[in-house]
Write a protein that binds this ligand. Sequence first.
Ligand code: S3P
Length: 175
Amino acid sequence: MTVGNIILTGYMGSGKTSVSRSLERITGLKMLDTDARIEEQAGKSISRIFAEDGEEVFRDMETGLLENLIKEGFKGILSTGGGMPLRRENRILMSRLGTVFYLKASPETICARLLNDTTRPLLAGETKEGKLEKIKSMLEQRKAAYESGADHIVITDGLDIKDIASDIRSKVYME
Ligand code: S3P
């Protein structure tokens, strides 16, 4: 049985990386993380790209990466940065690449996961309460982009990574 490409989207801390790793094990596909690839290509961290070049430059890198993956005939699981679906162009590119799954988590779940994180420039320097408020308002602003860009919405709150991965696998095998 063959399985098509799996594209994971979702806010920071929604579990894209862990679910991708679990999917690698159960599908045999290899995963590519867009943030990691961009850091590799730029030779610096996402935080440094934001600080030195600005968010727009980072967003252009994301679009450029999706275009290249299409050209190269990418095969596998793509774990995307949390802002990837914000550009309509990116939503179209992702749907050309494979089946898009939006991993949806509540602001409280996300906040708990990102409480001690220092690698996300968009949430840097916030107190715990500040972080939760910012996550709530960003999720509200991004809701339409996440949902319209997805073939499937996967609610992840309280679920095991393994169960989320096998649910996703069953959907791509059925298509
Ligand atoms: C971002 C999410 C991050 C990273 C960058 C911006 C966002 O990726 O691309 O910090 O705009 O939501 P993760 O979702 O992998 O943390």
